[in-house]
Design a protein around this ligand. Structure first.
Ligand code: PRP
Ligand code: MN
Ligand code: MG
Length: 183
């Protein structure tokens, strides 16, 4: 069957729940940045962040510029490979600007730890991280999350941008994948 819902054991965050939480995050960011003068760049980390990104930016009531990076460390498995590949760099020179990095999940922290060093080398005026999900039980390197949607337990989540072998990103909710799908 092609019904992706049939591969989901349980729904963790419904569409409605996500909508509510993302509106809160957008409001918080709007409040925090309302007085800054320099350009604000919302940097989405593709591909996982794409769905969260588009919903979050529409809840930030300030002029922001879009930029994206493509970073990948997982390949097709369920465990991070440990090495981060940048497949697409920033388009803009962000020196002296404000960066809001938008990510779907911080798991081991490998990807964001690497990217944060990379961003800081570009000398932005500020850099903050907004991640929809955080899985602290899996952390191997420290990552400071300025805006976090939810802290989640160690379950394999898919949907709303999160994939298993590139599948399930377009599910409108976040759920736990049935173990028989990836075992
Ligand atoms: C996933 C996820 C985060 C990263 C988190 O990306 O979107 O970017 O892994 O894991 P970590 O904290 O252990 O580094 P992935 O490499 O699967 O690429 P994708 O976004 O294209 O799915
Ligand atoms: Mn990713
Ligand atoms: Mg992935």
């Amino acid at each position: 069957t092609k019904d992706m819902n049939a591969d989901i054991e349980k729904v963790v965050f419904s569409e409605e729940e996500l909508k509510k939480r993302i509106a809160e995050l957008g409001k918080e960011i709007t409040e925090d940045y309302k007085d800054v003068k320099e350009t604000i760049y919302c940097v989405g980390i593709l591909k996982g962040a794409v769905v969260f990104y588009t919903d979050l930016v529409r809840n930030i009531n300030l002029p922001v510029h879009f930029d994206f990076m493509i970073a990948s460390s997982y390949g097709n498995g369920t465990e991070s490979s440990g090495s981060v590949k940048i497949l697409k760099d920033l388009d803009y020179d962000v020196e002296g600007k404000h960066l809001i990095i938008i990510e779907d999940i911080i798991d081991s922290g490998t990807t964001m730890n690497y990217l944060m060093k990379y961003f800081r080398e570009r000398k932005p005026k500020s850099v903050k991280l907004c991640s929809l999900l955080s899985k602290p039980s899996r952390r191997t390197v420290d990552v400071n999350i300025d805006y976090c949607g939810y802290t989640v337990p160690d379950e394999f989540l898919v949907g709303y941008g999160l994939d298993y072998a590139e599948k399930y990103r377009n599910l409108p909710y976040i759920g736990v994948l049935k173990p028989e799908i990836y075992e």
